[in-house]
Design a protein around this ligand. Structure first.
Ligand code: SAM
Ligand code: SF4
Ligand code: SF4
Length: 380
């Protein structure tokens, strides 16, 4: 289970934080069929790529300041996958059936020249000859500056995270005193650049921003003519630094009841298998909202998502404790594309992760007791 070697001048502290295994390359290499299936019969359709572990926010549920302080050792530049390495891996995943790529982080817009990577990924085609559904999740702080370049490079959609409309609450939640007006300006820039409709994700933490549910819903249904869709996310027990407690979770069912009392709602059918959000329509015709109930209503059964960390480790679940070191294969083992493809197929074939389904059931997930990866490291 070797680690990738690094120049001696760099102390790769962060590299040693999470366990990673070097995946075996199968003896017989078969061409990708675009039809991979994991141990529970789930296909591989969605790849989330973290392009940096750094962030300019310190949201308490993700990167609490006490831990991610001035002394925190983020990954050194040499550990990050280059744009060429990311694109090479992405091509292998697309051949195996990935149709959607989401760039994330950390804050992805902190990665310099991200639009260059977007342009490279936008060239990829599925086995059926289609372009990818290429998206980005961002805290929105740099969007006003970047939206046009991202659109020109071939980005298709953007999801903006925003936890409150009230400026004081928002500044407290991002914990770097960032004003809500600048994120709203970022959303406007996305729409002006032609990247709409935009999804807006709000993590709801009971006792912190639950009072913002109705104001957020009102704002996004009344001011954007259906071009901004708000989704409420249950606060999750990702990683091990955020001090998560079940009583901080507001179940989506309660949230829908509260919101429905103000704006009557009715459920909508899912549009695609593997969709994470349950959609609800405002009865007065003023658009829709979504809820992502990762804690109270697991959706592992259809989970077709893989995550590639900033340093090239593949994770099969948001709650994984072990990654698969693809960077080692490309940088140190000199693997060919066919070998990489075989390794990825083998990893996916063995996937049986379903953490949310068994959370609280008494079953012990594989690797429990080990340190879980943090959200800023593998993205949402
Ligand atoms: N920095 C970017 C952002 O905030 O959009 C991208 C990375 S962030 C890790 C991706 C998403 O994860 C965000 O929407 C964020 O709100 C969400 N997230 C982070 N920690 C979470 C937690 N403990 N529970 C639920 N969602 C979380
Ligand atoms: Fe940064 Fe996004 Fe995590 Fe907030 S949720 S600290 S913006 S990575
Ligand atoms: Fe997918 Fe893991 Fe989340 Fe289940 S817990 S939906 S397997 S990422």
């Amino acid at each position: 289970m070797g680690e990738a070697s690094t120049p001696s001048s760099v102390i790769p502290i962060a590299d040693l934080r999470y366990r990673a295994a070097v995946p075996p390359i199968p003896a017989t290499l078969r061409p990708a069929s675009g039809q991979l299936s994991d141990a529970l019969g789930r296909p591989l359709r969605d790849l989330r790529i973290s392009v940096t572990d750094r962030c300019n926010f310190r949201c308490s549920y993700c990167m609490p300041k006490e831990i991610f302080d001035r002394d925190y050792a983020f990954l050194p530049q040499t550990s990050l996958l280059s744009f060429e390495e990311i694109t090479r891996l992405a091509r292998v995943f697309v051949a195996h059936g990935v149709q959607k790529i989401r760039l994330t982080g950390g804050e992805p817009l902190l990665r310099r020249h991200l639009e260059t990577l977007v342009a490279m990924l936008a060239q990829l085609r599925t086995p059926g000859g289609l372009g990818l559904d290429l998206t980005l999740t961002t805290n929105g702080s740099l969007l006003a500056r970047k939206a046009e370049a991202l659109h020109a490079a071939g980005l298709r959609r953007v999801t903006v995270s925003l936890d409150a409309l009230d400026d004081a609450i928002f500044r407290r939640m991002n914990d770097v005193d960032f004003p809500v007006a600048d994120v709203l300006a970022g959303i406007d820039a996305v729409l002006a650049a032609g990247l709409g409709p935009v999804k807006v994700n709000m993590v709801v933490k009971r006792g912190t921003n639950e009072g913002q549910i109705v104001p957020m819903a009102r704002h996004f249904r009344d001011h954007y003519g259906g071009r901004a869709v708000l989704r409420f996310i249950e606060y999750m027990d990702v990683g091990s630094t955020n001090g998560w407690r079940m009583d901080h979770v507001l179940p989506s069912a309660d949230l829908i009841e509260r919101l429905g009392a103000v704006f009557p709602l009715e459920p909508l059918e899912a549009q695609a298998a593997g969709e994470t959000a349950q959609r609800w329509r405002y009865r007065d015709g003023n658009g829709e909202v979504g809820v992502i109930s990762s804690v109270t209503q697991a959706f592992c059964r259809d989970c077709n998502r893989a995550r590639l960390s900033t340093e090239g480790r593949l994770y099969l679940c948001l709650f994984a404790t072990q990654g698969h070191d693809l960077r080692h294969l490309i940088r140190d083992a000199g693997a060919s594309d066919a070998e990489l493809s075989g390794a990825v197929a083998g990893i996916w074939a063995g996937r049986a992760d379903r953490y949310s389904e068994i959370r609280g059931s008494g079953i012990t997930p594989a690797g429990s007791g080990e340190r879980r990866v943090e959200m800023h490291y593998i993205g949402g």
